[in-house]
Every structure is written in C-alpha cells, then in structure tokens.
Write a protein that binds this ligand. Structure first.
Ligand code: FAD
Ligand code: SF4
Length: 510
C-alpha cells in the first residue's frame, strides 16, 4: 500500500507524529503553487520566506530518509494547483491511500474536502498537533453567551494548561498586567539589535520573478532576516529570552522612529508556518523566567503569555466561529478606497510614512503600528474592509488568513460589528503622540484640529464617531466617547466634519 501525505506550506512541523515512523511506502508531498501565490498579491519576502522554509523542510525530511515529492514553482511539470498535483502523484506513484493535516484556512479546507471526495481512494485527516486549542474549543467555551471576551477565554486557558498558576490562582496574584505594559519608550534602556540571520536569497528571488509571480515590497537579497528552519526559529526564540523578554511587556505598545522591532519577538512567521509550536515557545519562555525571576518581572512574561495563549488561540477560534460569513462582513458600511500611499508610504503623515514604510521594507510592523496607526487611519477614513483585508493579507510575512482576518476585519476594522473588538480601535493624533516619537518630526501639528497643518487623525476621529454613532448607541464601552462628541459645540462639529470631508476626498495628497 502506497500512501501520500500532503504537507501545506504552513504545516512545517518536524515534530509531528507522522515523522516518527520511516516508511518507504509513504510519500510526503510539498508543492509551491501559483494557486497560493496569486489569490492575493504578496510581499516578496513572504513568498521567499514560505518557499525557502518549505524547501529546507523537505531537505530535512529527505536527510532523515523520508520519501519526499517536491514541486518547485519553476518546475515545468508543476500544474500549479493542488487538485491536479494530488491526482498526478496518485497516478504516478500507485497511491492507494491519501492523508492530509487539518488546514487552518477555510479556502483550503473547502478545497481539500472536495479533493478527498473526487480522488476515489480512501483518505484520512490528522490534526496539525500545533495549537493549544481545537478549531471549535472557543465556540464551545462561549456557547450560549452574548459576548466573547478574550479575557475570560484566556483565563480559562491559563487554568486548563496550568500556565503561570498557583493552584487555581494566577501567579503573582493578578491575571492581567496590561496597565504596566503601556510605556512610551524614552531611551531608558538600550534596544538590542534584532538577531541577524544574514541569508542570501538572490537565487530564489530570481526564480520567483522568472515565474512571473507579481509581488510587492522590497528585499535585501544578501541579508534575508527571517527564520526558515526549525533550527533558526529556535535561535530567535533563544535570542528573545536572553535579550528581549526583560522589557517585552513594558514597551509592547511603544513606537519609535528607526526602531522597527523594539523588544518584539519576531516569532510569528516561525509559529504560523509551524516550524515551532506555541507550546514549546511558552515552555522555553517560562523555564527562562523561572530561572531568572530576579531580573525578569512577571508583568513582562504575562504580557507575552497573553499574546500567545490568549490572543493567538482566541483569534483562531473566532475565525472558525465566524467563517465563511466573516470574509464579507462590513458592519459599519465602509466603502472608501484604500489610499494609494498604503502601497508606497508616500505621505506627509510621519506615523503612517514610518509604519507603512517599514511594512513595505521588512514585511513586518508590530501590533500597535498595525492596529493604532495603519488600521486606525483606514477605519477613520471609512475604507472598505475588503481592501484593508487584502492589503494586510499580502504585506506581512506572518499573514495567514486565520490570524490576519480576525485581527484586521474583526479587531482593527470592527467589520463584524463588535464580536471581536468590544469597541472600535480608533483614536485622534493624541494617542499616537502619547505612544510614539512620530509627531515631533511630522509635517502636521498633532495639537491642531482645523488648521491647514492640523493632524488629519483629529478631525477624522470626530467625524467617524458622528457618522457611525448609530452603530455604537447601545455599546456601553462607547458611552464616554459619545458623550464627549455630544459636548462639542454644534458649530465646532460642523467645522470638524467639513475638514474631515475634505481630507477624505483628498486622501492621496496627505
Ligand atoms: P510579538 O509582539 O513578539 O508577540 C508574540 C506573539 O504573540 C506573536 O508572534 C504572535 O504569534 C502572538 N500575537 C500577538 N498579538 C497577536 C494577535 N493580536 N493575534 C494573534 N497572535 C498574536 N499576526 C499574525 O501572526 N499574522 C497576521 O496576519 C496578523 N495580522 C494582524 C493585522 C492587524 C490589523 C493587527 C492589529 C494585528 C495582526 N497580527 C497578526 C497580530 C500581531 O500584530 C502580530 O502577531 C505580531 O505583530 C507579530 O510580531 P511578533 O512575532 O514580533 O510579535
Ligand atoms: Fe501622525 Fe498626526 Fe502625529 Fe503626524 S501629527 S505623526 S499625522 S499622529
């Protein structure tokens, strides 16, 4: 009996139980495909990252004496779509049994269901053995509830997995250190250089270009700096523990010109491709913390645990809870076009110039840049969430739909009507000024609302609240924002709205 086992590009889990047995009759299939490069336009670093990681994964399997069938993007025999590749392999290698791991993306889940129906041989599905929770665990947890608070899910996961717990109580006496995790960075401590992996990728970039794949963004072909193997993923995890964890929580929300990574881990790509698992990431970080609790505070570690055990698992559960309707939700009825400068960073608004510029240069921006600068502006200008989603899905190296969509359409654009975000993440310029040093060098004046050089975020903020107030009328978390809106003098609101209207109409000149 010959068996075919499919491994998708985000299923590079070398620790999977599949690989415990060496069977010469089992073929592992990996395929670089136009179907995956073309469903959205991706950043060049994202395509390079995925293909390189897949190639290295296949090479490791081969070195461990597994049978590997690999389709490169430039292979003339490559039919470029999954269905044909699988049926070709079945015919060529006399396959009598097909297996795949549970895909994390709805689109591929549907496609694989249809493939399994059509191939006329028995098939089976394995878990990816990656996440803490199953696809439906969050839905089961919130069964019958009206609100879906991340915090209650997170606390239940802390208890269930016994992480930072003393019996049934949180270690340190508090579940949440969010308030101490909101410092502006003022140079008090040195920011370490990000770990440099210095890889040459000119060959694969040439291959991708020659194949005619349309990409965007830039890449330094002599210095590709994302992990593409389990070994490198473990290296950046170690680097995070040794150099970054100590200040991770404190400066989690800070934004600094010319400091693209601050104390962030840069582990999302390694985890989203499953080169390392969230379980081993937390185990390593917690072991480090317990050995170094004299220098690493619990607030730093809890901040990190919350992102991985809390937000990451919560977003995945929310994705499966809301798909497929999620993909078209537009609760606030926003239909404006995404500004052109999202593709060029050519804007006089310094915060957006830096946050978008670094996204295009590095295929990376940290959470608050994604949420409170780039996403905030898209929402304030009432941009169509389809366009916002497409941009986020293409631009970041870690962008896979199960985590990108709940963060973008849900948390950042409020397009699900408040299922994920309990209030819209919008702010005027003052929040950006509080958390960054962008405003001091900006063409615009963060304190001004109406003048020629007034910060655009200011009038857009009041205009947004006024235009969308009906959507928020019954939301208790919006009471304060709306009562401040009501306190504006009628003449003042009219002027702010007039200013905002002109900004929206001329958004590409800002
Ligand atoms: P760190 O700040 O070091 O955090 C550690 C880890 O926690 C991350 O690697 C990630 O796995 C996890 N994490 C943190 N925040 C979140 C979150 N909100 N949701 C899920 N996991 C989280 N993350 C993605 O992995 N892929 C995406 O496509 C993606 N799109 C986003 C879009 C928007 C609009 C926003 C606001 C956030 C998005 N995020 C996404 C979440 C977060 O911004 C990234 O996970 C993080 O910036 C990755 O960098 P890091 O590894 O240095 O993270
Ligand atoms: Fe951004 Fe306004 Fe600050 Fe300029 S002044 S950096 S546009 S928030």
């Amino acid at each position: 009996m010959n068996k075919l086992r499919l491994i998708l590009g985000d299923q590079l889990n070398l620790k999977h139980s599949w690989f415990e047995i060496h069977d010469p009759n089992t073929f592992y299939l990996l395929a670089e495909m136009r179907q995956e490069t073309d469903y959205v336009k991706h950043h060049i670093q994202k395509v390079v990252g995925f293909f390189t990681a897949m190639r290295e994964f296949a090479a490791t399997l081969e070195s461990e004496n597994h049978q590997v069938l690999y389709y490169q993007i430039s292979d003339p025999e490559n039919p470029q779509n999954l269905e044909t590749i699988i049926s070709d392999c079945i015919a060529k290698h006399n396959i009598t049994h097909f297996e795949h791991q549970l895909p994390d993306e709805y689109r591929l889940d549907q496609q694989l269901k249809s493939i399994c129906k059509n191939i006329n041989i028995p098939s089976a599905i394995s878990d990816t053995e990656h996440f803490f929770t199953s696809r439906t665990e969050l839905s089961d947890f919130f069964e019958g509830k009206k609100s879906f608070l991340m915090e209650s899910f997170y606390r239940a996961m802390r208890v269930k997995h016994d992480i930072l717990m003393v019996g049934q109580n949180p270690l340190g006496g508090k579940w949440n250190y969010d308030h101490s995790n909101r410092k502006k960075y003022k140079g008090e401590v040195e920011i370490p250089e990000p770990k440099n992996l210095k890889k040459a990728v000119a060959e694969i970039v040439a291959e991708i270009n020659a194949a005619g794949i349309k990409t965007f963004g830039s890449i330094d072909v002599n210095n590709f700096n994302w992990p593409t193997s389990r070994k490198e993923s473990l290296e950046i995890l170690k680097y995070f523990c040794l150099h970054l964890l100590e200040h991770f929580g404190d400066y989690q929300d800070a934004m600094v010109t010319d400091q693209k990574f601050l104390f962030h881990s840069r582990l999302s790509f390694a985890m989203n491709t499953k080169m390392i698992s969230p379980k081993e990431v937390l185990k390593t970080v917690l072991n480090f913390y317990h050995k170094h609790s004299d220098s690493v505070q619990i607030s730093e570690v809890e901040g990190f645990v919350r992102q991985i055990l809390g937000w990451r698992e919560y977003m995945r559960g929310m994705y499966w809870k809301q798909m497929p309707e999620f993909a078209t939700k537009n609760a606030l009825e926003n239909y404006n076009k995404l500004p052109d400068f999202y593709w060029t960073a050519d804007t006089k608004m310094n915060c957006l110039k830096h946050a978008i510029g670094q996204s295009l240069d590095e295929a990376y921006a940290h959470h608050i840049q994604r949420l409170m600068v780039i996403g905030n502006f898209a929402l304030l200008t009432q941009t169509n969430p389809d366009e916002v989603d497409e941009w986020y899905l293409g631009v970041y190296i870690d962008a896979v739909e199960w985590v990108e969509m709940p963060n973008t359409r849900g948390m950042s654009q409020y397009a699900d009507g408040g299922i994920i975000a309990t209030k819209p993440y919008v702010s005027s310029g003052s929040y950006i000024n509080k958390m960054s040093d962008y405003c001091k060098d900006c063409h615009y004046d963060v304190k001004d609302k109406l003048g020629e050089k007034a910060c655009p975020f200011n009038s857009l903020y009041w205009d947004f609240l006024d235009e969308k107030r009906n959507h928020f009328a019954h939301n208790p978390r919006m009471t304060m924002m709306l009562s401040l809106l009501d306190k504006l003098k009628p003449g003042e609101l009219a002027k702010l709205k007039e200013k905002a209207q002109s900004l929206k109409e001329n958004v590409n000149t800002l």
